[in-house]
Design a protein around this ligand. Structure first.
Ligand SMILES: C[S@@+](CC[C@H](N)C(=O)[O-])C[C@H]1O[C@@H](n2cnc3c(N)ncnc32)[C@H](O)[C@@H]1O
Length: 139
């Protein structure tokens, strides 16, 4: 079975962590990788469909598209997702269930990940590599 090497892409800044912990929403980290956000966010569910060496045991081994508990008390977060159809499919599913949807990424990836989406920029510098946080309003 495929197992990915340990690697962290989105390293959140303190500014993002403090802001996210004040939302009073459950953050569903879709494509959570190592599950490292579980160490800094108070209320988070981590999901990733491909095992990764050294990942936190809290990570649910599942396709984010199979997650059935999106709702008004949740925000779906896609942080530095690997690109592909699944990204906008998760946006759509979470929005349809009444969740807010956030995307944390690098400007060079917006064309691939956000094409055709209605978005609103929420914050700059949410990650150590200069990631920005966008809210997806419509897909
Ligand atoms: C570039 S990595 C980013 C991981 C993590 N967010 C980070 O910043 O370190 C993208 C992750 O998305 C996961 N992924 C891809 N498709 C997925 C899906 N349909 N459901 C859940 N996870 C998925 C991959 O296994 C991979 O770990």
């Amino acid at each position: 079975m495929l197992t990915l090497l340990p690697q962290i892409f989105f390293q959140p800044t303190k500014k993002f962590i403090d802001w996210a912990n004040n939302l009073n929403l459950t953050i569903v980290d879709c494509g959570a990788g190592m599950g490292h956000l579980s160490k800094c966010l108070d209320n988070v569910i981590c999901i990733d469909m491909i095992p990764r060496e050294g990942r936190d045991p809290c990570v649910l081994d599942m396709d984010a598209l199979e997650f059935e508990h999106f709702g008004e008390k949740c925000v779906a977060l896609l942080a530095r997702p690997c690109h592909g159809d699944w990204v906008q499919q998760v946006f759509r599913k979470a929005l349809d269930k009444g969740s807010r949807v956030f995307y944390a990424g690098l400007p060079r990836n917006y064309d691939m990940d956000l094409d055709g989406c209605e978005v609103e920029k929420l914050m700059s510098d949410v990650g150590e590599e200069g990631e920005e946080l966008w809210e997806i309003k419509r897909v």
